[in-house]
Design a protein. Structure first.
Length: 285
């Protein structure tokens, strides 16, 4: 299939034509490097006929690299001008534009909207989420998508390096925290290659990295309850679990009882616990 990727020159020309001034609040940093977008696509493992969801397609850099594999792509873009311009950009540079569709809405509200279905398909069932995510909403966007779209098997996204490290951090490490444990409820995370800030326009203050999630069997527990325990345990990082979970359990004594019943030392801190530990605590009756 014929596909022409966007160059740095294309990024400038397209932004000027659309009257786009990239905004920080929407995390608008566009990639104008074909090598980078192809690297993301091959890291994700997308191939012919896969159904791929993309969040924040922007001017279409990664979109075109995804389409180049022969995949179907449905995108969600919050910026009206960008969303409106994408079909034309794809039509001019990809010979199977009927494999692409875009919807304009906030990816954090994915549960309230229908995904756009590419005209070549009768229905769209995403198994991959591949994106260069807007920095300010990266973690909630990942969690929201994994929750709302149970067919997603792989989430492979570019985020700030620091966030990638936090997401893939093992229990007990310095960067382990709420994002690491909550995403672990859905999937196993692995940090991927570093991406230099220099591939973006405008150039951001930090480097990025890929992070890959592979969905796992969901634990047998009430998710809202498990997440409440996680939030309580990390809201007071320096406190022991006995103290940190007192509010959630009703009292320090009740927290201690539940922790012991789950086989967890009440004098430990939350940052040592795995998702399975949090599940065990939430499941104590
Ligand atoms: N994928 C493009 C690329 O690699 O060049 C653009 C990536 S840019 C880092 C993030 C994109 O996400 C922007 O196009 C921005 O408008 C869009 N965006 C920001 N917040 C969003 C949200 N809540 N829902 C959907 N898209 C959003």
């Amino acid at each position: 299939a014929g596909t022409e990727l966007l160059t740095p020159g294309d990024i400038r020309v397209l932004s000027a034509k659309l009257g786009i001034t990239p905004t920080k609040t929407l995390g608008q940093n566009f990639v104008g490097d074909g090598g980078t977008v192809r690297k993301i696509v091959s890291h994700a493992g997308v191939s012919e006929d896969d159904h791929v969801l993309e969040i924040g397609p922007g001017l279409g850099s990664l979109t075109l690299a995804l389409l180049e594999t022969g995949a179907y792509v449905s995108a969600i873009e919050i910026d009206r001008k960008l969303a409106a311009a994408l079909p034309e950009t794809v039509g001019e540079r990809h010979d199977r534009p009927e494999r692409f569709a875009v919807a304009e809405f906030d990816a954090l509200k994915i549960a309230d909207h229908e995904l756009a279905v590419p005209p070549a398909l009768e229905s769209f069932t995403p198994t991959y989420l591949v994106a260069n995510l807007p920095y300010n909403v990266a973690v909630p966007a990942i969690l929201t998508a994994l929750e709302a779209l149970p067919t997603l098997r792989v989430v492979d996204v570019m985020v700030q390096l620091e966030v990638a490290e936090r997401l893939a951090a093992p229990p007990g490490s310095r960067t382990y925290g709420v994002p690491s444990v909550k995403t672990a409820w859905y999937a196993e995370a692995t940090r991927g290659p570093l991406i230099s800030r220099s591939v973006f326009w405008p150039v951001p203050n930090v480097d990025s990295a890929l992070v890959r999630f592979e969905r796992r069997d969901q634990p047998d527990a009430d998710r809202a309850e498990v997440f409440a325990v996680i939030d309580a345990a990390f809201s007071q990082r320096r406190k022991t679990l006995r103290q940190a979970l007192a509010g959630w359990a009703g009292s320090p004594a009740r927290a201690e009882e539940k922790l012991r019943a789950a086989g967890i030392d009440p004098s430990q801190r939350g940052e040592k616990l795995t998702i399975e530990d949090f599940v065990a605590i939430a499941n104590v009756r």
